[in-house]
Design a protein around this ligand. Structure first.
Ligand code: AOF
Ligand code: ZN
Length: 367
């Protein structure tokens, strides 16, 4: 989803757009399930609304049908994701829609999951008119975390870096350095709040000793906090204050068989030590995490880039230079003289925030 612009603005149908906006109410709470919104309409009047709030809870369609009551009969249903056809933690939504005798259904995008798909066919077979939105893109953008989880068994990965004008990220290895200003801080908080987990490397955890919490402008912690995760290979992050501060859950991603224990208060999540950061991210997905925000140092950013794990990049550009001895963002070898041919990301947003600028990048091959 976009940081500074409204993703739903390209949805021309007002009811489908309303369903998208309702779906987004589930931001940060539905994983590993999708965000889904649903609107029931009679003529030009909305008679029922609903959205999915958390995994295991009722689906958006079930809530909207309950809201509409007898007005569901003959209604047009607008739903952001193809209704499920499976008995999961809740009964199939297609059955509820058929029983309520709705007349027509407009669907944002098909459900690609093997378990729940097939709803559109079942609805058609029951005599309900089924229409898919012309452009599924805004609906896919809404659920890019869930889609990545379903298709690749890994989370969607947003990487945030603060850079000087000469693209340095710190005054030196292991040196805590404030690069961006207060305006960009608020953007970091928004990014954290929209994620299931915030990940840093053990070396950054030791150097910066960050809280990794979501806080409001007065510094008070939000009621819902993403899982705070420290990724380790050899470095032991024991002693970092986030493990004992009581502000939400913490975990340590550690290579299997490393023989170390997680610090008190933190959960240990093991990953295949031969599989690099990709294996670590898969281990998080297995815990139900669909959207990760990484705030990496040089080593972790280099690994993420080289393993092709940067789905989205949020850069905060501050107006000063670091210079000799400062740490750059990347130390691998994916550059070289043919850089133009190797460009992997494209800019999708740019915004001035206080004295800084923020640019957002995604893979060239996807949108
Ligand atoms: C949701 N909420 O509003 C819709 C979903 O975990 P279950 O058994 O509730 O099923 C989850 C699957 O159902 C989900 O992955 C998706 O394929 C489908 N639709 N899920 O959580 C909803 N409509
Ligand atoms: Zn359902």
């Amino acid at each position: 989803m976009r940081l500074f612009t409204d993703d739903s603005s390209s949805i021309t149908d007002p009811f489908l757009r309303r369903a998208w906006i309702l779906a987004r109410n589930g931001l940060g709470t539905t994983s590993p399930n999708p965000m889904v919104g649903c609107v029931l309409v009679q003529g030009t009047e909305i008679v029922g609304e609903g959205w999915h709030e958390r995994a295991g809870g009722p689906h958006a369609e079930a809530i909207a049908l309950r809201d509409a009551g007898s007005a569901a009969r003959g209604a047009t249903v607008y739903v952001t994701l193809e209704p499920c056809a499976h008995h999961g933690r809740t009964p199939p939504c297609v059955d509820a829609l058929i029983e309520s005798e709705v007349a027509r259904i407009v669907i944002g995008m098909p459900d690609p999951s093997i378990v729940a798909s097939g709803g559109a066919e079942r609805l058609s077979a029951a005599g309900i008119e089924v229409i898919f939105a012309d452009d599924p893109a805004p609906f896919a953008a809404l659920n890019r975390g869930w889609l990545m989880h379903v298709r690749e068994s890994r989370p969607w990965i947003t990487v945030k870096l603060a850079l000087t004008l000469d693209a340095r990220i710190a005054a030196g290895p292991g040196v805590r350095t404030r690069i961006s200003g207060p305006g960009a801080h608020a953007v970091t908080m928004r990014l954290r709040a929209a994620s299931d987990a915030v990940v840093i490397g053990a070396r950054t955890a030791i150097a910066d000793d960050p809280a990794l919490t979501v806080r409001d402008s007065a510094g008070a912690p939000a009621s819902r906090q993403p899982l705070r995760v420290v990724l380790t290979r050899r470095t032991d992050p024991d002693g970092c204050s986030l493990f004992g501060d009581g502000h939400g859950q913490t975990a340590v991603l550690m290579p299997d068989g490393c023989g170390r224990a997680a610090p008190a208060g933190a959960r240990a999540i093991e990953y295949d030590s031969a599989g690099g950061v990709t294996a670590a991210m898969r281990a998080l997905a297995a815990e139900g995490i669909a959207h990760v925000m990484v705030e990496p140092g040089q080593t972790l950013f280099t690994a993420l880039w080289d393993e092709g794990l940067v789905d989205e990049l949020v850069l905060v550009h501050a107006g000063g230079v670091g210079g000799e001895g400062w740490t750059g963002s990347y130390t691998g070898s994916d550059g070289g003289p043919e850089l133009a041919l190797r460009t992997r990301m494209k800019a999708v947003e740019a915004e001035v925030v206080g004295d800084d600028a923020i640019t957002v990048w995604t893979r060239k091959t996807q949108e």
